[in-house]
Design a protein around this ligand. Structure first.
Ligand SMILES: C[S@@+](CC[C@H](N)C(=O)[O-])C[C@H]1O[C@@H](n2cnc3c(N)ncnc32)[C@H](O)[C@@H]1O
Length: 320
C-alpha cells in the first residue's frame, strides 16, 4: 500500500478515554489485542503494557505513517515477551487478516476518525484552519476531497453535506461550490472553507457559531471520501456474525471466546450504528453490554483535550 509522506512531527495525539478503555477492556496476561485504528499508538501502548509479560498487540492503520508511529510506541511500552504485529490496511479487512494470521483477538478497540497529528498536518487536507491540498484521505488511493467537490453532480454533493454533515445550508453551499468550480477547480482547504463561510454566517463576525461554519462540510466530505460509515458497518457486521458463531458453539474465527469489543465514536451517525449492532448481539443472547449508556469524557479530560468532548465509548462482551 502506498503511503503519504510521514506527517510532520507535531504534538502527539492524546488517546481519549484511556483509563476507561483499559478498565472496561481489562487486558490479561497472554491475551491478543487488536487496535483497529492505531493512530499514535496511545491506546495500543497502554493496553499492551497492561498485558504484563506475554501476549500480542496487533496494530492496524490505513495510514502507513501512523502505523509506524504506533508500532514504535507499542514496542517501546510493552514487555519483551509481547509480540507486536502490524497491519497496514483498512480495519474492515482486519477480521480476514487475523484469520489468515491464525490469531483470534480477546479484545478490540476502534477509536474512529482522524488523529490530531493528521489534523495538524496541513498537507493532509483535513484542517480548516491550515491551508493545504484538499485531500482528506487516510491513505493515498482513491478520489480526494478535491475530486468530490470538483466533479460530483450537485444533488450528490448536497446529499453528502446534508446526510453526513447535518448541514442545513447544504443547497446554498453546493450552489456556491458549483459557481466557484466553473471558474476554476477548488484545490485547497482554504478555498473550500472560504466558500462555505461566505454562505454560513461567518465565524467570529456575529458569534452565532461556536465552531467554524465550515466544520460540518469538512466532516461530511471526510466521511464520504474515506467511506467511514461503510467501514464501520463492515466491522460491526463481522463482530455480530462472530458473536453468533461463538454462541452456537463454533470454534475458530477472528474473535476469541469472551471477546470484549470497544468502539469510540465522535458523532451520532457512528454512535447510532454501534448502539444498534451491540443491542442486536445482546438481544440475541450472544453478548452483554459492558456500557449500558455510552461512556463520555470527564470535565477534566475535556478541559485538557477538547477533542474528547464528543467521544462516546461503548463496549460489548461476548457471552461465549
Ligand atoms: C483517532 S485516531 C486513533 C488514535 C489512537 N487511538 C491513539 O491512541 O493514538 C484514528 C486513526 O484511525 C485511522 N483510520 C481511520 N479510518 C481507518 C480505517 N478504515 N482503517 C484503518 N485505519 C483507519 C486513521 O489513520 C487514524 O490514524
Amino acid at each position: 500500500m502506498e503511503s503519504h509522506p510521514p506527517s510532520s512531527p507535531g504534538p502527539a495525539h492524546e488517546a481519549v478515554l484511556l483509563r476507561e478503555v483499559i478498565d472496561l477492556l481489562s487486558p490479561g496476561a497472554g491475551e491478543v489485542i487488536l487496535d483497529c485504528t492505531a493512530g499514535d499508538g496511545g491506546h495500543a501502548a497502554a493496553l499492551g503494557r497492561a498485558l504484563g509479560e506475554i501476549g500480542t498487540v496487533i496494530v492496524c492503520d490505513l495510514d502507513a505513517g501512523c502505523l509506524a508511529q504506533a508500532a514504535g510506541a507499542v514496542r517501546g511500552a510493552v514487555a519483551p515477551g509481547v509480540n507486536v504485529v502490524e497491519i497496514n490496511a483498512n480495519y474492515a479487512e482486519a477480521p480476514r487478516r487475523l484469520v489468515d494470521l491464525g490469531l483470534a483477538a480477546n479484545l478490540v478497540i476502534a477509536d474512529l476518525g482522524f488523529s490530531s497529528r493528521q489534523m495538524d498536518d496541513a498537507e493532509r487536507g483535513f484542517s480548516i484552519r491550515r491551508d493545504g491540498p484538499l485531500d482528506m484521505r487516510y491513505c493515498p488511493s482513491g478520489p480526494t476531497a478535491a475530486d468530490y467537490v470538483n466533479t460530483l453532480p450537485a444533488g450528490e454533493l448536497e446529499d453528502i453535506l446534508r446526510d453526513l454533515g447535518e448541514e442545513r445550508k447544504a443547497r446554498a453551499i453546493v450552489s456556491k461550490i458549483l459557481a466557484a468550480r466553473e471558474e476554476q477547480p477548488i484545490q485547497t482547504t482554504g478555498e473550500l472553507a472560504a466558500i462555505v463561510r461566505a454562505v454560513v454566517a461567518p465565524f467570529g463576525r456575529n458569534r452565532t457559531h461556536k465552531i467554524d461554519p465550515a466544520t460540518r462540510t469538512f466532516q461530511a466530505l471526510r466521511i464520504a471520501v474515506n467511506d467511514e460509515l461503510g467501514n464501520l458497518d463492515a466491522l460491526l457486521s463481522a463482530v455480530t456474525r462472530q458473536a453468533a458463531q461463538r454462541a452456537s458453539g463454533a470454534s475458530g474465527g477472528w474473535l476469541a471466546a469472551g471477546a470484549r469489543v470497544g468502539v469510540i465514536s465522535f458523532h451520532s451517525l457512528e454512535d447510532r450504528r454501534v448502539k444498534q449492532a451491540y443491542s442486536t448481539v445482546a438481544g440475541r443472547g450472544c453478548g452483554r453490554l459492558l456500557t449500558k449508556k455510552p461512556v463520555e469524557a470527564s470535565a477534566e479530560e475535556v478541559a485538557r483535550n477538547p477533542r474528547s468532548r464528543s467521544a462516546k465509548l461503548r463496549v460489548l462482551e461476548f457471552i461465549s
